[in-house]
Design a protein around this ligand. Structure first.
Ligand code: WTA
Length: 650
């Protein structure tokens, strides 16, 4: 995949300086000028005063009641804007009704079949209010949990905003997740109501969303009502007394509704993410700090101005979409593009046609997508005028310099700086990322943003330069998670026990002599497949739930496009025979248990997997064998001979 000429650029280790024009007109530069700050280094220095910095930023939002204290930090719990009252949905929608933004388009939405819907801020406001009133009529109150299982259609942000506006807590479950995954999440959150749809379009086919939801709800006793959006018009069963059509329940509702004056620290949402055990973690975010953090980071990193057209090509089912398709762009009052379907459908230039058609100015995607487009070839973006683009971004995994250069050259036409944003579901916002004023090094997410502080530690907690170690955050930040739902012990152990008082990200990274961070990938047993976090143990438990499987060990293998691919070593129960059919069946089984994204690329049958004497599967040993790295001392294993088996099977 190497590009001619680009090798030279890479070899030169060229630093990509922003243009003078970009710097001069950037939001961050204007902010610096306003505060008499002369350069980036001074900004970083001044922003170390977290109370001052975040207090200044927070003034740009509308508060029902001002805060008494910016930060209260009692590790591992931080409270931001203590004593303040703010509603994030009010800031995202209602506030704009007092300004010309009310007539501006909030979302340009394109369905996979090509249908288009544009929603102005006023229309969005009215739709949100109608749903608030409908939810209230079903007895939903502040603090109640509402499950949302919707694809990329405008009703998804509307549903989230309606919950937020009334102080209910939303728990969005990615629409590609299986019935079982949905059930677990709905039950953990004890959701009272679920919002879903009949179906949606993906690669020209209809996805049976309602069918999955029905299956999930077979064992979800807390869910009393289901609101169903009509998207495809397919006939779906509606359960008497439980299921209601969105169109029906919102039709006659008033188009105004008061917003709940939520406390800064009131819970806004729960979003489940993979960890190192089979059970996913319910990450908690709150109204105040999250509103301030998402708004500010988007405005500064992607430099959004009034006439920008922003396209974050992620799915709202993940944190990227929560923060940067729903809350941040709406608070900033910008126009966003939202697309329902598959990226290269029906043709590989679908995305580029969208960029051209709507004049997208700032575009944000993942390294996996860039590599997939790189493989399809630059003839596809070349068919379209992409001159509207002025800034690009990536998220989700480390970007290899080749993909970076391809993106820079063939999408950005060598004019657009690339914002490689490092962050997590837990962080809520970008933490390590360039700003438009930052000189770039391809493959590095550059430095912690102003108001953030990160470092790389060795095993003993000593800062490292030039060598790989644990990536940690040294100070709290406004949009950080406030805990794991119903699991304070896991919160403490996962993030705060290795280096007390410092947040452990779970990533490995290296800091170079200029202070630039190079994120290397996960340190723990979490896979990153196409930018999706999947726990090794989640896939293993899905496999062992199959009647023919005795044991399973799952590892990630480097993959040219997806970053990592999933390989499963499976030990069958006595009497079960390995076969091609069983292999396919096991892949499908994982798809059904978790979702298609977690299906192993490879299923290999073995007689045993390497284990410690206490019976823990040694994934690291397996990975070393599979990737041809030295295995080291295996004499402490209970069954060293299993290592040879892995070697033969790979
Ligand atoms: C990885 C996605 C390198 C990292 C917003 C992190 C990255 C995990 C980058 C979080 C980046 C995200 N460079 N790695 N720019 N961005 N990651 O929770 O391993 O789905 O811990 O949040 O993705 O994934 P999550």
């Amino acid at each position: 995949m190497a590009e001619k000429g680009l090798d030279v650029l890479l070899k030169e280790r060229r630093v990509f300086e922003p243009s003078k024009e970009l710097v001069e007109n950037s939001n961050v530069k204007r902010w610096m000028d306003k505060h008499g700050i002369k350069d980036y280094d001074e900004l970083l220095e001044r922003a170390k005063d977290l109370d001052w910095f975040w207090g200044e930023v927070a003034k740009e939002l509308e508060w029902h009641k001002p805060w008494k204290k910016v930060l209260e930090w009692k590790p591992p719990y931080a409270k931001w804007f203590v004593g303040g009252k703010i509603n994030i949905a009010y800031n995202a929608v209602d506030r704009h009704m007092k300004t010309p933004t009310k007539d501006k388009v909030a979302y340009i939405w394109e369905g996979e079949p090509g249908d288009v819907r544009k929603l102005t801020y006023t229309e969005l406001y009215e739709e949100v209010n109608k749903l608030v009133n409908a939810l209230k009529s079903f007895g939903i109150k502040k603090g109640d949990r509402v499950g949302i299982y919707l694809p990329m259609i405008p009703e998804l942000p509307i549903a989230m905003l309606a919950c937020a506006k009334m102080g209910a807590i939303h728990s969005v479950v990615f629409s590609g997740f299986s019935a079982k995954a949905l059930r677990e999440r709905v039950n953990d959150a004890e959701a009272k109501l679920l919002i879903t749809c009949d179906g949606s379009y993906r690669r020209g086919k209809v996805v049976p969303t309602k069918k999955n939801a029905d299956e999930a709800l077979e064992e979800a006793p807390t869910v009393k009502k289901v609101i169903v959006v009509k998207r495809t018009g397919e006939k779906v069963p509606m359960k008497e007394g439980r299921d209601l059509w969105w169109g029906e329940v919102t039709k006659d509702q008033p188009t105004t509704a008061d917003s709940e004056p939520t406390d800064s620290e009131d819970i806004l949402y729960i979003l489940y993410t993979s960890g190192t055990t089979g059970k996913s973690k319910g990450v908690i975010h709150v109204h105040g700090g999250y509103a301030v953090g998402t708004y500010q980071t988007l405005k500064w990193v992607f430099d959004l101005k009034d006439d920008d057209v922003w396209w974050c090509a992620a799915d709202i089912g993940w944190v990227t979409g929560h923060s940067y398709i729903v809350y941040a762009p709406l608070i900033a009052g910008v126009t966003s593009v939202m697309y329902e379907g598959a990226p290269a459908y029906p043709d590989p230039d679908r995305w580029w046609s969208i960029v051209e058609k709507y004049g997208v100015t700032v575009f944000y995607t993942s390294p996996t997508s860039i590599r997939a487009h790189m493989k399809l070839g630059e003839q596809w973006p070349q068919k379209h005028g992409l001159s509207s683009l002025r800034l690009l971004g990536t998220v989700g995994e480390p970007i290899n310099p080749e993909a970076w250069i391809w993106y820079y050259k063939h999408i950005g036409n060598e004019r657009c700086q690339i914002m490689d944003t490092w962050w997590q579901t837990e962080s809520g916002t970008f933490c390590i990322s360039p700003l438009p004023i930052t000189p770039l090094k391809p493959g590095s997410a550059t430095k912690p943003l102003p108001g953030f502080s990160a470092d790389v530690f060795d095993e003993k907690g000593k800062p490292l330069t030039g060598a790989g170690g644990s990536l940690v955050q040294l100070t709290p930040w406004p949009a950080m998670l406030r805990g794991l739902y119903k699991d304070p012990k896991r919160y403490q152990e996962t993030y705060w026990s290795k280096f007390p008082n410092y947040y452990l990200t779970g990533d490995m990274a290296r800091k170079d002599e200029d202070g630039y961070f190079w994120v290397q990938g996960r340190a723990d047993d979490v896979l990153n497949v196409a930018g999706h976090r999947i726990g090794n143990s989640e896939v293993e438990s899905a496999l062992v739930s199959h009647k023919k499987v005795a044991e399973a060990a799952v590892i990630g293998k480097p993959h040219e496009i997806k970053g990592e691919s999933i390989t499963a070593f499976v030990v069958l129960k006595a009497g079960a025979e390995p076969s091609e059919e069983l292999r396919a069946e096991l892949r499908e089984h994982v798809g059904k248990e978790i979702g298609k994204i977690a299906r192993p690329d490879e299923v290999l049958f073995v007689g045993d997997v390497p284990k410690t004497r206490s019976g823990k599967i040694m994934r690291r040993v397996i990975k070393a064998v599979v990737t041809g790295k030295l295995v080291g001392d295996i004499s402490t294993l209970r069954n060293p001979e299993a290592v040879q088996e892995i070697g033969k099977a790979k």
